[in-house]
Structures are given as structure tokens and as C-alpha cells.
Design a protein around this ligand. Structure first.
Ligand code: OOB
Length: 547
């Protein structure tokens, strides 16, 4: 417990007992799972990836042995159960043994994305009071090790930076394995990041039991089998390629995972052909790019059976093109790091696959669609069946609270434990949800989530900025782009170009730098005097149209 609130808001005991009795929570940790998988699939390929320009292939036994050695090495380097470790790894094969090593120790990985920069990394380290940062040397021309060291210098709790691929890491990874006590399966396994709508990303505590349930069911719903080959095209530290069904779903099924160093069509198609990939998951802009590239590729994509599309809305037009272009079945997925994941089923009627974002994993996922009118003072009145409303959910793998965020939790959850997703949906009679919009102040930039307030704060740090309002505007390729309206202080002048540079220099993930900045004399206001983001959005949309 910290002053900001508990590390983990547990499910009420009677609810937890129900999830156990239903067989959702099985008392297994990820470390124990890997041991079981290694016994069942010993010599089969678990991971294929590229490291230092070379392809590596590890079997389930090798992965298990590596994870044991890394766990022992982490313990010897002083890392103990319950400590938080910020992990910033791109799609390198070491991702898996490091994560399973941490899980065996009982330390909690904090899953930073490769795109995060100093600003975000520092926030994760501070917020979680992390004792270590694990990262790579450089990746895509960014010096991750230098960023991690700079954060370590500034955040007192961070005692060490471990760079995968360094001599120090190789030594740690060669430690003789040792018996370690198995952590509590109902305890926190790791912290995921929320896309956020207020300030900096919140941390999401997920337990072994709850996450494993979603992984096991995802693997089943996506029909993964030992001879499936899953391609992780997106960065694996994100919840979607990690567990929906993702790398963990593939492992769970005894299937191989191929880690793509980059998600572009050239890289992905090369790997589909060479590794016989059967299933992968992408965000809509990437799906569109692959569809286009497929028309002129000479690669053999015939092994591909399923393409998952999610993270942002996949419109019907794109949905219709996927099957014919890539010769595979489309599966829509609508999920969130906080928990709830919906899939269209492989045997669903075509119409539902093309027009909905699927139905929940579990019959115990409770869905409530409520009147969205005033998010600040929600009435939570349930709408008529089939009407559009704000989605609330609770269930066996949806958190009951963010990490150390009591004040925010009071708004993000209802008193009876439903998570306010901020998504506007329509629920079909079949239970399939159609995502029709969003009530939260977040921009979904092709699947990458940008909290308006976080960017506004960066803009307002500029001495010439009096006020800033960040909104999303429609974009044909990304779905939405990030745009900012800025009011300068009296007597100062500032340009959009200058402000973009300013935000970039504050060392934030580049997807958060506003695509467009408009400097205006004042914002339109609502009846009660609040900035009217609706009007700003409309004005920007008109502007973009004109351009
Ligand atoms: C996934 O997780 P997050 O945490 O990055 O973002 C969650 C939010 C949702 O609340 C929703 O606003 C949006 O992303 N979203 C979609 C969507 N999938 C996610 N909006 C419309 N259509 C979809 N299919 O993005 C995530 C986590 C697990 C699996 C898949 C995606």
C-alpha cells in the first residue's frame, strides 16, 4: 500500500471464490505453466526471433531452461519477489525468457513500449518505485540504454539497468538455476499500461490467475494448436500481441511464436513464407497496408489462416478486403489492457465478422451498456437493448482498480466494481459488441492511444502557451490523428512547428507529438464555460477537409 492507494484492488472474496469454482482461476502461475509446457512439448519450437542480425530458434525446453537461469541470475543480482522492474524490450527473443524469469522470481515486469521515451519511462519507474530497468542497447536508432541510465540517475528506487545482449546480461543469463518458491497465483504478476485519458498512463495490475484465464480462452477461441505458428508483428509488450491470443496464447497451445522485428509488410510477408505462419494480429492501418502490399507480393502467404484485427475500429470496407487479399479468415478483436477482450468467433456468420468487434471471452464477463450523456456525473442508467451507450464491464479478468490510484479509481470504476471503458458500443442480440465511438478523452491513433491531457500538459509547459486542448480528427489511414488547439499568452507569439519541436524535445513517444497544431485566440466554450472539445473537433475536421 502506498499513499496513493493499494497496489492491487482484489476481487471481493465471494466473487473470487466463484471464479475459482467455475475453473476460471486455476491456481497456476506463469512460471509453473512454462514448466508444464516444456515437459509436454520439449523439443518443439517455441520461439523464433532475430537477435544481432541472426535468427535464433529455441525449443520449449531451451526457453524453460533459459528462464530458470535468468530467474536465478536476477535473484543473485538482488532482485526479490514483489519488486517492480521496468521492461522495455522490442521484439527480441530474449523478451520471453526475461519475462518468465521475472515471473519465476515473483518480480513484476512493468511493460513499457519500445516507442516510449524518457518522459514515460521515468513516470513508470517513479510510479511503480521500480528497482531495475531491463532494456536493449539501441533499437531503431534510439539509444535505449542511455535513456534507461538517465532515468536510473533521476529515480532513486532504480538501482540497476540491465542491457539485454551486454556481457553483464550474458553472465546473468548463465547463472546455475535454483529452486525458487512459486509466487501466489492470485497475486500480481505484472503491470500493464493503460492507454489513459487523464494525465500519464496508469498502471494495471494483472494476476497470474486472471491473465492466464484470458490467455487460455484466447488460445481456444482462436483455435491455436501445436502446429500453429503465431507471428508477433506488433510490439509484444502490448497486451494485444502478448495475450490476444498472442505469444502467450501460442505458448499455451504448444505452438511456435515468430517475433517480427518490424511490422511492415515486407518483413511480415517474408516471415509468413519462411516460417509458415498460420495466424497473426494487426491494427487496422497495418491491415490496410498489408492488403495493399499483398496485391503485388511474390511471397507465398498460403499458410496464413487467420488475421486478427483490433486495437482500433476496423471499418466494414477494410474488413471486406482482408479475406480476399490475404487468403485468410478475418477475426476482429476488441480488447483493453484493463481486461475485457472480445473476439468474433471463427464460425460466426460473415455479417457479424464484418460489422462487429466480437463478443466477450467469458460468459462471466458482465456487460452493461449505459446512458453516456454526462461522463462527469454518470447516471449509469441502462439503455434499451440495441441502443448505443457507454460500455461498463466486470469479470474474471478485468481489474477492479488501477495500481496506487485511489482517486482515479473512484471515477474509473462504479461502486459495484464495473470498469468504465470509455467506449461507446451497441450490443447485438447475439451478444456481439459493435464499437461506435468513444466517450473518453483519448485519441486512438491507429491503435496507439494518446491521452489528451498528457499532451496538453506537455504543451502547457511551453512558456508562451496559456492553454491547450488536444482532440482527435478523422484520418483516412490512421482512423484518427492527434491535433492541438493552443492559446498563446498575451504578448507572445508561437508557431505550431515550434510547439511540435518543443513536445518532441520533451522526450515523449513520437506518436504523441500532435500531427497538427492550430494557434487560436480563444477556445469555444460550452454552456457552463468548459472548453468545448466537440466544437474544436468539428472545427478541426472542417479544416482538415479543406486541406
Ligand atoms: C487494446 O488495448 P489498449 O489498452 O491499448 O486499448 C483499449 C482501447 C479500448 O478501450 C478501445 O477504445 C480501443 O482500445 N479498441 C478498439 C478496438 N480494440 C481496442 N476500438 C474499436 N475497435 C476495436 N477492435 O487495444 C487491445 C487489447 C487486447 C486486444 C486487442 C486490443
Amino acid at each position: 500500500m502506498s499513499a496513493a492507494g493499494p497496489d492491487h484492488v482484489a476481487w471481493p472474496p465471494e466473487v473470487a471464490a466463484r471464479y475459482r469454482a467455475a475453473g476460471h482461476w486455476r491456481g497456476q502461475t506463469f512460471g509453473a505453466l512454462l514448466g508444464t509446457l516444456a515437459a509436454a512439448h520439449a523439443g518443439r519450437t517455441a520461439v523464433v526471433g532475430e537477435t544481432a542480425g541472426e535468427t535464433v530458434r529455441w525449443t520449449f525446453s531451451e526457453l524453460d531452461a533459459r528462464a530458470h537461469r535468468i530467474a536465478a541470475g536476477l535473484v543473485e543480482s538482488g532482485i526479490t519477489a514483489g519488486e517492480r522492474v521496468v521492461l522495455q524490450l522490442p521484439n527480441v527473443p530474449e523478451f520471453l525468457p526475461v519475462v518468465f524469469g521475472l515471473w519465476r522470481v515473483g518480480a513484476w515486469p512493468v511493460f513499457a513500449l519500445p516507442a516510449h521515451r524518457h518522459s514515460e519511462l521515468r513516470h513508470f519507474a517513479e510510479q511503480s518505485e521500480a528497482t531495475a530497468i531491463v532494456t536493449v542497447d539501441t533499437h531503431e536508432r534510439h539509444d535505449h540504454a542511455a535513456t534507461a541510465r538517465a532515468v536510473a540517475d533521476e529515480v532513486a528506487s532504480v538501482k540497476r539497468v540491465l542491457v539485454v545482449g551486454s556481457a553483464e546480461f550474458d553472465e546473468l543469463a548463465a547463472t546455475a538455476p535454483r529452486e525458487l518458491p512459486d509466487p501466489d497465483s492470485e497475486g500480481v504478476a505484472f503491470l500493464q499500461l493503460s492507454g489513459g485519458s487523464t494525465g500519464l498512463p496508469k498502471l494495471i495490475p494483472r494476476t497470474h490467475d486472471d491473465y492466464l484465464y484470458s490467455v487460455r480462452e484466447s488460445a481456444r477461441i482462436c483455435a491455436l494448436r501445436p502446429d500453429s505458428v503465431y507471428l508477433a508483428a506488433l510490439p509484444v509488450s502490448h497486451n494485444y500481441p502478448l495475450s490476444s491470443p498472442g505469444v502467450l496464447g501460442a505458448l499455451h497451445a504448444g505452438a511456435a511464436t515468430v517475433l517480427a522485428p518490424r511490422p511492415d509488410a515486407d518483413t511480415a510477408f517474408r516471415l509468413v513464407e519462411s516460417e509458415g505462419v498460420t495466424i497473426t494480429g494487426v491494427v487496422p492501418p497495418l491491415a490496410a497496408a498489408w492488403v495493399q502490399a499483398a496485391a503485388r507480393t511474390e511471397r507465398d502467404l498460403s499458410s496464413l489462416e487467420v488475421l486478427l484485427v483490433g486495437g482500433a475500429k476496423c471499418g466494414r470496407e477494410l474488413a471486406e478486403r482482408i479475406g480476399p487479399a490475404l487468403g485468410c479468415r478475418l477475426q476482429q478483436v476488441f480488447g483493453m489492457a484493463e481486461g475485457l477482450v472480445c473476439y468474433t468467433r471463427l464460425d460466426d456468420p460473415e455479417e457479424l465478422v464484418l460489422t462487429t468487434q466480437g463478443r466477450p471471452i467469458s460468459l462471466d464477463d458482465e456487460i452493461r451498456v449505459v446512458d453516456p450523456d454526462d461522463p462527469a456525473a454518470p447516471s449509469d442508467a441502462v439503455v434499451e437493448p440495441g441502443a448505443i451507450g457507454a460500455l461498463l464491464t466486470r469479470g474474471p479478468y478485468t481489474i477492479r482498480g488501477y495500481y496506487r490510484a485511489t482517486a482515479h479509481n473512484a471515477e474509473a470504476f462504479t461502486p459495484d466494481g464495473f470498469y468504465r471503458t470509455g467506449d461507446l458500443v451497441r450490443c447485438h442480440p447475439s451478444g456481439h459488441l459493435e464499437v461506435v465511438g468513444r466517450a473518453k478523452e483519448q485519441i486512438n491513433r491507429g491503435g496507439e492511444k494518446v491521452a489528451a491531457e498528457e499532451v496538453e500538459n506537455h504543451l502547457m509547459a511551453h512558456p508562451a502557451v496559456l492553454d491547450a486542448a488536444v482532440v482527435g480528427v478523422p484520418d483516412a489511414y490512421l482512423g484518427e490523428r492527434t491535433c492541438a488547439y493552443v492559446v498563446p499568452r498575451a504578448g507572445t507569439e508561437v508557431t505550431g512547428a515550434e510547439l511540435r519541436r518543443f513536445v518532441r524535445e520533451r522526450d515523449v513517444a513520437s506518436f504523441k507529438v500532435p500531427d497538427l497544431i492550430e494557434v487560436v485566440a480563444r477556445f469555444p466554450v460550452t454552456g457552463v464555460g468548459k472548453t468545448s472539445k466537440r466544437e474544436l473537433r468539428a472545427a478541426l475536421a472542417a479544416l482538415v477537409e479543406k486541406e
